[in-house]
Design a protein around this ligand. Sequence first.
Ligand SMILES: [Zn+2]
Length: 453
Amino acid sequence: MIDFRSEIEKEKENFINDLATLVSYPSVQDDSTAKENQPFGKANRDVLDAMLSIGQRDGFATAEVDGYAGHIDIGEGEETFGVLGHLDVVPVNDIGWDSNPFVMKRENEILYGRGVVDDKGALLAGYYACKIINKLDLDTRMKMRVIFGCNEELGSKCVKHYFTKMPFPKMGFTPDASFPVVYGEKAMATVNITGSIAKKGLISMFAGKRANIVPEEVIAIVEGSYKNYLKSFNDFLEKNHLDGTCEEEGNHTRLILKGKSAHASLPHEGKNAVSYLALYLVNEIDNELIKLIADNMSDYHGVGLKIAHNGLMGDLTMNLGVIGYKNDQVSLTLDIRASHEIDFAKMSSQIQSVISPYQLQSETATTPGLYVDPQSELITKLHQAYQEVTQTNDQPQTMGGGTYAKSMPNCVAFGVEFDGYDYKIHGNNENIPVDHLMLATEIYCKAIYSLIK
Ligand SMILES: [Zn+2]
């Protein structure tokens, strides 16, 4: 039996050092520094170069495509096995982190920092697995290609562009979700709602940066003295176990409500600050926007919008992720995920029928779902490697998050999260135990080897 474990132990400190290097780049997409060969901003270009340097340092051939994505080739073979990860990260909150998110902290053998899991740590687990398989000089028939993009969090334009210039691997996985293995990903719709709603009580309201995150904080300016709101607001916060403040703002009142962020595919794990504020304000002011949100958008299964759906991959989820309201102008973004057989055209027209009475318009962009036969060689071998290493009987699953798996044929999401641990993906204090990374690397070693031997 091949002893991957002891090879992984030998590489452990190198792995952790490389991860600290990648985490040190604040690779949140920044269009203000975008230019040719740097389409997603400077930090994303720099982290791409850093990953390419890791491959070159280890003696492997590398390539990159116009600053969108790059790869490291390991081993030999006509056909290619792909591991697809991403180097961009979601933004960090200014408050709520216990350490600098871009200086990796190692404490009690837990690593903290933005991207230690999603997806820099996961990508390195895939990379080190390929490196170890190569080092052991095992008999393999496929080359391994570790591919990394810089725009996964904002639409995967990186790998879409990359694959216009580079061939698809024969098969592969993306270490950007959960174990044991994901054979289905829900279809997604992003719905932008815009228009004009008269002020009436509400002067402004802002929350959220990304549709795919449950907004943690909302700030609203409402008409009238803070004394009119103070008691009822504090009562509401207490009743719903929320934090917030109610303060004087000129002649008006500034309300800040704090919920809990979560990934949009798991909205029940968060507390949507916008929904809660609307549910409070609907009893305080007579504003149409507040009424629309409270009545139709404050649940996370689309019940209020009458778009609830239950399919092969479970319930539809909905997240009101971004809101901007000022000078009567409204902009709302919904992130909706549903089983792949949903009829999005019908769903869009239903949403439009709810918002039309408010004189609002919607625009819907959709991404199809993904479904790979759970009995296929790819799924069964990935699953088997997971079972062998963990000695558990967890079964393949489906999920609401979309990954790179959709951008390449014969590709599914495989790890890196283990069930039952809160890695705080996309949240404050994102973290992963060193052990989990090492265990994931071992699973990847076994899985890749079983598919390419
Ligand atoms: Zn990710």
